[in-house]
Design a protein around this ligand. Structure first.
Ligand code: SF4
Length: 402
């Protein structure tokens, strides 16, 4: 076996993650030239968009949208800012949105206000005549960036070699990964999961082999493994910068769940201390967090689940109930706004939007739509046919889960 050792590198999106954090809670949209001062990477667009106010952009977006009519569908992920969500024909999590786009084949243009891997999934599931557009190509995902395709392919090669004849291994990837990683799962009897069906997907995988490799979120993988009754000793973390992920062949063969070392910079901010503080401040508060949070945080919370789960549990709760939520701030603010009969707070007192989602400023949406009106498709996200075919296999296996 060739020994492969990589130099540790942090994805730039990870380094930029705190760029928009603030202690006041004013997340209202400023002209792009103001927001550019945050010092993160932005895609360059024509300079006349830079000074436009939110109100001016609003008019231009509305006008372009009207001209495009049913040829256009705008999708908004839950973590987008309000000034983007208000234009969305549908808001949801990444997979709901991709499915919705595929079901609306009359729309020639799918403008995906989310991050890059989501636009890729929409392209994989959409029809050949549909074009998927990501308004700002710098809207990546720091978690997905922690699993570069080449590193994942090396890891898979090493693990397959080690486990063949020793109970095998199934690759399972979270939706937050490149199309090429989804394709690897499709080609190797594996599948994709979302945070809503991670437990069912992992159970499916364990029915087919003695062990599972979970990409790219260590925390969702560990929290899901614990839910299925695994012990922490059954799990190892694969460090892509070390030979064999930092383990001996014996330890890897002994492990049931191998967790890729990746994380969400937004959800790992939530701590047990914040939960204790919320409980001290609000009597009878219920705490609900996303399963991308640290294991300790998930254990200290009352509930954990996907964005859709969080929205539903608060919506269905009795009036007067109190909720402390550990997920992205734009979603928490919206849940608070839509449930005025309840007290809804974010666990983290520092307001820290997902810096990659936040890059979809209305100026980018205006630019993308006005381009379409002029017949120019900007920022198309397109996955090659072979990768799409194999990734679709992994997505379809997920859809067949009960
Ligand atoms: S919230 Fe976390 S996982 Fe979601 S897009 Fe942002 S960095 Fe990626």
């Amino acid at each position: 076996m060739v020994v492969k050792v990589r130099q540790p590198t942090l994805p730039i999106t990870e380094l930029e993650q705190s760029a928009f954090c603030r202690t006041d809670d004013d997340l209202s949209t400023q002209p792009l030239e103001e927001e550019l001062k945050a010092g993160v990477r932005w895609q360059k667009i024509p300079e006349d968009y830079y000074p436009l106010s939110a109100a001016q952009l609003d008019e231009r977006i509305k006008a372009a949208r009207e001209k495009l009519g049913r040829r256009l569908v705008i999708l908004g992920h839950h973590y987008q800012r309000d000034e983007i969500i208000k234009y969305a024909d549908l808001r949801g999590d990444s997979f709901n949105l991709a499915q919705y786009a595929a079901a609306h084949s009359e729309s020639e243009y799918i403008v995906f206000c989310g991050v890059h891997f989501m636009a890729e999934t929409a392209d994989i599931l959409s029809r050949p005549h549909q074009k998927v557009i990501l308004p700002n190509m710098m809207a990546g995902c720091s978690m997905a960036d922690m699993a570069p395709t080449e590193d994942v392919y090396d890891c898979w090669e090493e693990l397959s070699e080690l486990t063949t004849g020793h109970g095998g291994i199934v690759p399972l990837t979270y939706m937050n990964s490149t199309a090429a990683i989804k394709a690897l799962c499709g080609r190797n009897n594996g599948l994709v999961c979302t945070s809503s069906n991670a437990a069912a997907a992992m159970r499916w995988a364990f029915e087919r082999a003695q062990r599972v490799i979970f990409f790219p979120d260590e925390h969702l993988g560990r929290n899901t493994g614990l839910k299925l009754g695994l012990d922490l000793n059954d799990m190892v973390v694969w460090n892509p910068f070390k030979h064999l992920g930092g383990h001996t062949p014996e330890r890897l063969r002994q492990a049931k769940l191998i967790l890729w070392q990746g994380r969400c910079s937004v959800h790992t901010r939530f701590t047990v201390k914040q939960i204790q503080q919320a409980r001290a401040k609000y009597t009878d508060v219920k705490v609900v967090v996303h399963p991308e949070c640290l294991m300790e945080t998930v254990k200290a919370a009352d509930y954990n689940g996907s964005t859709e789960y969080i929205i539903k549990i608060v919506r269905d709760a009795p009036a007067g109930s109190k909720w402390a939520i550990g997920t992205e701030i734009n979603l928490v603010n919206r849940v608070a706004h839509e449930n005025p009969d309840k007290t809804v707070i974010c666990l983290d007192p520092v307001v820290c939007p997902c810096a990659t989602m936040y890059r979809i400023h209305p100026a980018y949406l205006a630019w993308a739509l006005e381009g379409l009106v002029e017949g120019e498709v900007v920022n198309q996200v397109s996955v090659d046919e072979e990768t799409s075919r194999d990734a679709r296999v992994a997505l379809e296996r997920m859809l067949q889960l009960v």
